[in-house]
Design a protein around this ligand. Sequence first.
Ligand SMILES: Cc1ncc(COP(=O)(O)O)c(C=O)c1O
Length: 468
Amino acid sequence: MTQTPAHPPGFALPDDALPGLAAELVGEHLRRDAAEPMRPHRSPDELLATLPIAIDGGALPWSEAFALLQQVLAATPSTTSRRFFNQLFGGRDGVAILGELGAVLANSPMHTFKASGVQVLVERAVLRRMGELAGMPDGDGMIAPGGSLSNFAAMILARNHALPESRERGLPGARAVIYASAAAHYSVAKAAGLAGLGRGAVRSVPADAAGRMRAECLGPMIDEDRATGGVPVMIVATAGTTVQGAFDPLPAIADVAERTGVWLHVDAAYGGSVLVSPRHRGLLEGCGRADSLTWDAHKLLTVPLTCSALLTRRPGLCAQAFDEPASYLFQDDALLDPGRGSLQCARHNDALKLWLAWKHHGDDGMAARIDRLFTLAAHLAARVESHPGLRLCRPPASINVCFEVLGTSSRELCRALWERNVAQIGHAVVDGREVVRWVLVDPAHTTEEIDAVLDELLAVARGLASGA
Ligand SMILES: Cc1ncc(COP(=O)(O)O)c(C=O)c1O
């Protein structure tokens, strides 16, 4: 770092101090995750009172800036510790973290080959491998910052397919319809609003009790909409629903998509990673018949946030939908410039960490990690089922274990677990009842750790019941 003219010597961080500080930060985080997996719960007011968060115009020398970062990290809830079961990601993969560090250091913009070089080829290799596993070996794809945006991009492709004039001329009066199950992720409705189709365009296809789309309802809904002047734009099947981890019946849904000619997108943001496991990939059987598929590696594959891919069965679609002329940027080999088929201009390189992790673990190692999650979920489900004070909603479809503690509000229980620094576990509604949703997403967990957290959860529930 060069010296800032306005500041005295020693104010700016010297380059040669950076490696040591980075090592200190990493070491501190790992030690804290082990010693204090739940960071002390603090309210926004307490945080604002104890940390100098506001940007007040003052300037800190690098040593104070570093100390401030340490303070903020110490106060940040850990999603990488062994007490985090709250979202569809968790744990950490050291090699993937190294990959992420490499991406930060190289700071490749990922829009042109000229500025990103070999990183473009790394990203392509990742997309190719994911496409092969998804049964879309000849298609293309793009990396997006999260499954929500991959779903959004897929909706734009589907919109352009159903309403070919829409990219140039907008949507004059077309009544678009999107079909997604009642258990689909909220990003579908959000994308419909963003894509100019309207949130109201999303029709909810009934789901069965396990949260799987009832494919037999889909065809009649599409026929009915067509008969009344609607334009069916897209079917969104979910592979791994957010709450119950259910997989929609893709072959039956693909049959309807093929008969009706409606674009089929598989939102496999959550469940896509199951494709790396020969033992469990049957859950996504038929996904290669879809037109597009969202797959978040940052969920089950334990790579740092974010790493999401949109894959397409046919080539060239992303460039058709997202290319814009920019003579100041795209100047060399158009085919090598990922920016021509991307939602973004400059973007973080999310592929490198996944590529490195895959190189490190190999196919077998990746599969073993996924298989482990299913084993852990089955273990927890068995413990829940055999406990007289617990009610398992149903055998888990994948790695989400949903259950109730009899006589205890799941919402209050999960809040108490968080506030008392026991664990972060989510709650959701299943069959109209509020339930604990415990996601087993870190392959490093042991069954003993899961048992210990369950015992603590039961102790907190007993405390709540007795008013403690
Ligand atoms: C099924 C499904 N789709 C999409 C998403 C959105 O993914 P992201 O958080 O990466 O935007 C999620 C997130 O949980 C999800 O469960």
